[in-house]
Ligand binder design. Structure first.
Ligand SMILES: Cc1cc2nc3c(=O)[nH]c(=O)nc-3n(C[C@H](O)[C@H](O)[C@H](O)COP(=O)(O)OP(=O)(O)OC[C@H]3O[C@@H](n4cnc5c(N)ncnc54)[C@H](O)[C@@H]3O)c2cc1C
Ligand code: FES
Length: 280
């Protein structure tokens, strides 16, 4: 059992939990993730290790409430226990020998981008960060990014704060204004990462994407998270989640990502009906 030591509501759809998991806190590196189960018999979901405190044995996760399991998790309180919390999983992000990086995070990708930015900053890399949200009420981690980044660019889709537009629009402007990077990290929805890879195709800038494939076991056994990279089958859980973006078959990844949409919709509906006593 893994105890929730702290719970914070970051905005109407994102939560931060600190979990007592000393072994993971000691070992986890930026880019790695855990797989948790809220209850016995529950679904396994992967979440990025957003931060660690090895001395206190705490692991921070930041998650967006998007379906049944994240909704269940968001209803738990500090002091309660999660049944499974397995990790660290995945290959750590390669952050060495990068002089100037741009980290671009959209939506729940902002949470995943945070440990990357901190890791790059600790490596002495000059880092620009672009984060995007639907509106000003959903902005998270602004103070933390400002502290770790050399340049911080905030975007909202509706223009209620910062740059009015998508992260890809802001990034295109930075490139047009002469900004140069040796590596770009794009983390967020598949369409956003694909848009960034299109912008860095010519002239080519090395672009690393974090593939948020559907995962079950997280050990390379079940095949749920498979994707095609440079014409070869890879597993996001053991070969990634980071990959060279220009080599990823995004069309295939997009079609696989919607495979269980109907089941996910029904599962959330049943879960909410059970909570409210409504008809299933
Ligand atoms: C390596 C990795 C790291 C991630 N890190 C974070 C994070 O730090 N913060 C965060 O908010 N989200 C993160 N995600 C996404 C997160 O796993 C999903 O939002 C979560 O599984 C949704 O579960 P649900 O039951 O609440 O929603 P569902 O209704 O089951 O699904 C909603 C959507 O979430 C995705 N999803 C569902 N089940 C899985 C699964 N088992 N594996 C992967 N994706 C799934 C699908 O795109 C689906 O359409 C990460 C995903 C991966 C693969
Ligand atoms: S999650 Fe099963 S192979 Fe990756």
């Amino acid at each position: 059992m893994f105890q929730i030591k702290e719970k914070q509501k970051l905005n109407s759809e994102m939560m931060l939990f600190r979990i007592d998991a000393p072994l993971i806190a000691k070992k986890a590196k930026p880019g790695q993730f855990i797989i948790l189960r809220v209850t016995e018999g529950g679904e396994r979901i992967p979440l990025t290790v957003a931060d660690t405190d090895p001395e206190k044995g705490l692991v921070t996760i930041i998650f967006q409430i998007v379906g049944k399991t994240t909704d269940q998790l968001s209803r738990m309180e500090a002091g309660e226990n999660i049944v499974d919390f397995v990790g660290p999983l995945g290959v750590p992000s390669a952050l060495e020998n990068i002089k100037k990086a741009c980290v671009i995070g959209g939506g729940l990708g902002v949470a995943i981008a945070y440990p990357l930015v901190k890791g790059l900053h600790n490596e002495g890399t000059e880092v620009d960060v672009i984060t995007g949200f639907r509106n000003k009420d959903l902005i998270i981690l602004e103070k933390e990014f400002k502290k770790a980044a050399d340049g911080y660019y905030l975007c909202t889709d509706d223009g209620s704060r910062g740059y009015h537009g998508f992260v890809s629009d802001q990034f295109r402007e930075l490139l047009k204004n002469g900004k140069q990077y040796d590596t770009v990290f794009a983390v967020g929805p598949l369409l956003m990462m694909k848009a960034i890879c299109d912008l860095t195709d010519r002239p080519r800038i090395r672009t690393i994407v974090s593939m948020n494939s559907i995962m079950l076991d997280g050990t390379g056994m079940c095949g749920a998270c498979r994707l095609t990279v440079n014409g070869e089958t890879k597993f996001a859980c053991v070969d990634g989640p980071d990959f060279e973006g220009h080599e990823v078959d995004f069309d295939e990844a997009l079609s696989r990502s919607t495979f269980y949409r109907e089941e996910e919709r029904l599962s959330l509906k049943r879960h909410r009906c059970r909570l409210t006593g409504g008809v299933r």
